[in-house]
Design a protein around this ligand. Structure first.
Ligand code: NI
Length: 300
């Protein structure tokens, strides 16, 4: 019994010495390296990564997300880059200079938008031909209609609306609004609004002054209706008997992203707009071949 007791006591003693030795080494190591164990070269992240990598298959699935996690988060006041790309051509900040391809991504092509507009209709001769061409091409356009033409050709106005085109107010009788009193300007706009609303249940969403003649009174009266006053920046003078070649060439040389092209669907010189109708498919094909998307003015 005594021998066994002394033997066990001896084992306890040796165990106690070994433990206090190990404890001492840990203390020394901790005071020198900051780590209890003598493994200073393995960082904490390495430990946590190796510990959280359970299976090669899972690790492989997780890999694609790693570069995203490493990207810096955008600061709160910056919009995501994708939003910019869909709205405008990408700027050239210094951060992008190391990107290999100068060709813009396909999304940017969508931002090359042009609006075709047709004024002075509706009528029963040219407006339906214009609508046929637009329908055939799958293109939406904008028609700035004159009130007394709407009154004469209500079905054509309904067709414009039914086929998804945008409608603008172009006065009641194509008067030069800049020469009218504010009261008369307001009447010209309201009369056409009422006429259109009676047919499609909504007033035109924008206004265009006849001849582009805008005075401060015109601006103010249109502003009071809460709608934009829309002009144009490409004018091939299709109403003046301009040749098909010249109409197409004019649009070709002046159209750029954001352009509004002025054409007519009623009221050309001697009442003729055959060149407009003949030029239209060529204009559409040309603009589309150059990467332009043809949209309505509100979509522009
Ligand atoms: Ni006009």
């Amino acid at each position: 019994m005594i021998v066994r007791f002394t033997m066990e006591r001896k084992q306890y003693w040796m165990l106690g010495i070994a433990c206090s030795g190990a404890l001492g080494m840990m203390l020394v190591n901790y005071s020198v390296t900051g780590s209890v164990f003598p493994i200073p070269h393995i960082s904490k992240t390495a430990i946590s990564e190796s510990a959280s990598t359970p299976h090669p298959a899972i690790a492989a699935e997780q890999k694609p997300s790693m570069p995203q996690e490493q990207q810096p988060l955008p600061s709160p006041h910056e919009e995501p880059a994708v939003k910019h790309a869909s709205l405008e051509p990408p700027p050239a900040p210094s951060a992008q200079t190391n990107q290999p391809s100068p060709t813009p991504p396909s999304k940017v092509a969508g931002s090359k938008k042009i609006a075709l507009t047709f004024d002075d209709g509706p009528d029963h001769k040219y407006t339906p031909q214009v609508l046929d061409i637009l329908k055939h091409s799958g293109v939406k356009a904008t028609f700035f209609v004159v009130g007394d033409q709407v009154k004469k050709y209500p079905d054509v106005l309904r067709r414009i609306y039914a086929e998804g085109h945008a409608i603008g107010n172009h006065s009641w009788d194509h008067a030069d609004l800049s020469k009218l009193t504010p009261t008369r300007i307001a009447q010209e706009i309201k009369q056409t609004d009422d006429s259109v609303k009676g047919l499609i249940g909504a007033v035109p969403s924008m206004v265009r002054a006849p001849y582009g003649a805008v005075s401060s009174a015109v601006k103010k009266e249109v502003e009071l209706t809460g709608r934009p006053l829309v002009g144009w920046n490409v004018d091939p003078r299709d109403w003046a008997g301009t040749s098909v070649t010249d109409i197409v060439y004019n649009v070709q040389t002046h159209a750029k992203a954001g352009s509004i092209v002025l054409l007519h669907s009623f009221g050309g010189k001697d009442g003729k707009l055959d060149n407009t109708v003949e030029a239209l498919p060529q204009i559409i094909a040309l603009l589309q071949q150059n990467g332009f998307e043809l949209v309505t003015v509100p979509e522009l």
